[in-house]
Design a protein around this ligand. Structure first.
Ligand SMILES: Cc1ncc(COP(=O)(O)O)c(C=O)c1O
Length: 418
């Protein structure tokens, strides 16, 4: 058997594949794993109850279940759902869009595969284009989506440290160079893995830079506004006609429905729907069927605001307190938890790499994600990459508490045997 170069690439290990393997094994095995590694949203009882009742309504409505499972949508996705989304985003966020500015995808992960390859890789006249990530660290899931290799350039951040052992990454605009090879800018907001929320001012500056350079700004809004709304700072949702906003139903509580939502210019939506058609005929219809009423009524916004955001904010503060207590005495810092489901721990001067810490924790039954996977496109050696780990606070509090104690024990051992 001879693989193509793409086949070969996918036969090699990568960050996201290792993460998904560990996740799968953790859920499948007998051993009780303290799973702080995945990006799975919590099972929030009130949200799950609501989605269950939506499914019951579909089952009780003559023909609704049969249509949901039995009819392909067009390559842009379910038109009724898209039309309700467009109207909701116009009224809730003031975005100047119509249904022609929206396409659905098989999860937003699928949207990144399409969009990054739309704007990066080989281009006309032998040119190479890359996605510029203005703020590393960035989402692990971007790392391997390029069909050409080496499609990212990433920019190291400024680091602000605060007296309470927290820190925050900021975009280093003074040194940000947008080269001729840049095909698009992309930033996740909130950022996975750090929980950082790029400020409104930073977003506006990025949007200006992108427009001046004639390239789009991609905002990965998987955890953001207006839904699922897992943002604890005063951020505002952003869209203009040079921006591509990627959203998802996953972190609202529907990760298995694999429903991504892309808001962009009509031209980009046209190309994306062609890619949908070639790559999978049409996006799935189960997510739109389950979520349509919530979008039409605006309940998706209310639930995000009143249930989902407070739920994760409480968990963020609880997890922060657990780690501050467990890590007392060590030279650690924690990124300000401003949104999403993660704490980003920085062990300054850690005598072992975060990959070694990951292995030691795995042997103790605790899964985290070693931070070096979150720096796609960062060139050159940078010790910081090997000093951070990401933990998820979506599991039950008792699991997080136990995990924090074991992580602290292993970190203390590592520093002690310097
Ligand atoms: C920042 C970010 N973007 C995109 C995704 C993809 O999510 P989905 O494909 O489930 O919409 C994730 C998943 O964890 C994520 O964390």
């Amino acid at each position: 058997m001879r693989f193509s170069s793409i086949g070969e690439r996918f036969s090699r290990p990568s960050g996201i594949l290792r993460l998904m393997d560990d996740l799968g094994a953790a859920f499948a095995g007998d051993r009780r794993i303290i799973m702080l590694g995945g990006g799975n949203p919590s099972h929030i009882p009130a949200v799950q109850k609501l989605l269950r009742s939506r499914m019951e309504r579909i089952l009780a409505t003559p023909g609704a279940f049969e249509r949901m499972i039995g009819d392909y949508d067009g390559p842009r996705g379910n038109t009724a759902f898209i039309s309700s989304l467009a109207s909701m985003l116009r009224s809730a966020c003031g975005w100047k869009i119509t249904e022609r500015n929206i396409a659905l995808t098989g999860g937003s992960q699928n949207a990144f595969l399409f969009l990054f390859n739309m704007f990066a890789g080989h281009a006309r006249r032998g040119r190479r284009r890359r996605i510029l990530l203005p703020l590393a660290p960035e989402y692990i899931g971007y790392a391997d989506v390029g069909l050409n290799h080496d499609i990212f350039t990433a920019h190291r951040p400024e680091i602000d440290c605060f007296g309470d052992r927290t820190f925050k990454y900021r975009i280093a605009f003074d040194s940000l160079r947008v080269g001729d090879d840049a095909g698009a800018l992309c930033v996740s907001r909130p950022t996975n893995p750090t929980g950082n929320v790029v400020t409104d001012d930073e977003v506006r500056r990025l949007a200006r830079i992108a427009r001046d350079r004639g390239i789009p700004l991609i905002i990965d809004n998987a955890y953001g506004l207006p839904f699922p709304g897992i943002i604890f700072t005063g951020a505002t949702p952003y869209y203009d006609d040079n921006t591509i906003v990627c959203m998802s139903l996953s972190k609202f509580g529907l990760p298995t429905a694999r429903t991504g939502i892309v808001v962009a210019s009509e031209k980009i939506i046209g190309v994306l729907s062609n890619m949908n058609a070639v790559g999978g005929l049409a996006p799935g219809g189960i997510g739109p069927a389950l979520a349509h009423d919530l979008v039409r009524s605006g309940d998706i916004l209310r639930i995000s605001r009143e249930i989902i955001r407070p739920y994760y904010q409480r968990k963020a503060l609880h997890t922060l307190a657990c780690f501050n207590e467990a890590l007392d005495g060590l030279d650690y810092r924690i990124h300000k938890p401003e949104g999403a489901l993660f704490l980003w721990l920085w062990f300054k001067g850690l005598p072992i790499t975060n990959a070694e810490l990951y292995e030691r924790l795995k042997r103790r039954g605790v899964l985290v994600v070693p931070g070096h996977y979150f720096f796609p496109g960062v060139r050159g050696a940078w010790r910081h990459k090997h000093e951070c780990i990401r933990i998820s606070y979506s599991p039950d509090d008792a699991i997080v508490e136990k995990g924090a104690r074991i992580i602290a024990q292993e970190a203390k051992k590592a520093y002690a045997h310097k």
